[in-house]
Write a protein that binds this ligand. Structure first.
Ligand SMILES: *Cc1c(COP(=O)(O)O)cnc(C)c1O
Length: 393
């Protein structure tokens, strides 16, 4: 039966990524099961999305309750969960205003549009945004243009103009790119897709000062780092600075498609019609977001992320003494390490064979981003399986 389904998949789906020959069927806590009944311990977590684990009760209850009441009213009307979620989310962070969307890229598009609107109104039409090499902001044409992946540069030209790439963690590189036409600087405080590289505290402080001095906006893409992933609610809190705009995605919906673009009060400058979307503030998504926020709080998962992140890092450091891994790094439960050789593909597939899901970044780096509900036992199991995959031979 699986062979039939896999053939069908091969013949019907547009081929956009290499997937292993299994079909995921069920999720429960830290585990995913395939159609053959194999259970996998999940340290990918839906790509840093399933912060509450798989099929959490809180999410199921909120969705079925909201589905029975109101699925969709149109973005032209207020709905109750939209207002409640906007209040809860802005209460949790340093921002005053929020725009909701469905995907991370869409939230970043909103941030870019807001920065350009600011440039139009306050900076004589300035529209350039300085981003960073090795950064990642999404797969729409504009967010691809903002992304600092060298391999993407020649693709799908012409992309959106107006992005300059600075060297991450190098403030002088940002300085040298600022011009009359700059309206914002946009970075990830920890470069996630780029292999989990955290910004230096000195760099972030200098960046904040530089942006304020020039009257340009500082945008943090916290789509991967937000919602407790790094051991604080939002990664900017680690640095003691406040950006002007922040985008959230991934964990914010716990698996339901949801993203947000948050801004300070002085950026409440969109005119009606500037920004919107059919699914903006969609009631089911709002109910999901509200339930996730509440569960993160009730289950103390942000603290847990910090604690379990430390435990996982300690266990990896022990492994490092005898195994072919190095450069263990990360914050909270966003962790990566390098391999001594280009064996990423083999390590990921060996772990899969042993029913552990991990994420390879290129051939040299392994990234771990488990649900925030992960226990010490889960981590011990993960490290044991990893140990067999990265043994020195
Ligand atoms: C995943 C990610 C995005 C894109 O989010 P999508 O939901 O895939 O559009 C953007 N920025 C960062 C930092 C991400 O990790």
């Amino acid at each position: 039966m699986d062979h039939h389904l896999l053939d069908l998949a091969g013949n019907t789906l547009l081929n956009v990524t290499d997937r292993p020959g299994i079909i995921m069927d069920k999720g429960e806590g830290m585990y995913l099961s395939d159609t053959n009944g194999n259970r996998y311990l999940d340290f990918v977590g839906g790509w840093a999305v399933n912060c509450l684990g798989h099929s959490p009760d809180a999410l199921g209850r909120a969705l079925s309750h909201q589905a029975a009441r109101l699925v969709n009213a149109s973005p032209s009307y207020f709905n109750r969960p939209m207002i409640e979620f906007a209040r809860s989310l802005t209460n949790r962070c340093c921002f005053d205003r929020v725009f909701f969307a469905s995907s991370g890229a869409e939230a970043n598009e909103g941030a870019i549009k807001l920065a350009r609107k600011y440039g139009t109104l306050k900076k004589n039409g300035a529209y350039d945004i300085i981003t960073a090499h090795n950064g990642f902001h999404g797969r729409t044409l504009t967010t691809m243009a903002a992304t600092g992946k060298a391999a993407w540069e020649p693709l799908f030209e012409p992309k959106t103009r107006g992005f300059q790439k600075s060297v991450f963690n190098d403030i002088s590189s940002v300085k040298s790119l600022i011009s009359e036409n700059t309206c914002a600087v946009m970075i990830e405080p920890v470069q996630g897709e780029g292999g989990v590289h955290a910004a230096d505290p000195g760099y972030i402080k200098a960046l904040r000062r530089l942006c304020s001095d020039h009257g340009i906006l500082l945008i943090f893409d916290e789509i991967q780092t937000g919602m407790g992933r790094t051991g604080k609610w939002f990664c900017y809190e680690h640095y003691g600075v406040e950006p002007d705009i922040m985008t959230l995605g991934k964990g914010i919906g716990g698996g339901f498609p949801l993203s947000a673009m948050l801004a300070k009060e002085f950026l409440n400058i969109f005119d009606p019609g500037d920004q919107g979307g059919t699914y903006s503030s969609q009631p089911l998504a709002m109910a999901a977001g509200l339930a996730v926020l509440q569960a993160l709080q009730d289950q103390h998962l942000v603290e847990k992320s910090r604690k379990m992140g430390r435990y996982l890092t300690d266990r990896l450091r022990e492994l490092e003494k005898t195994h072919a891994i190095r450069h263990i790094r990360g914050m909270g439960l966003l962790i990566a390490f390098d391999l001594e050789a280009d064996t990423g593909g083999r390590v990921v597939s060996t772990c899969l064979d042993n029913h552990l899901l991990i994420n390879g970044v290129g051939e040299r780096t392994i990234r771990l981003m488990p649900p925030l509900i992960v226990s010490e036992r889960d981590i011990d199991h993960c490290v044991a399986v990893l140990g067999t995959a990265v043994a020195r031979r």
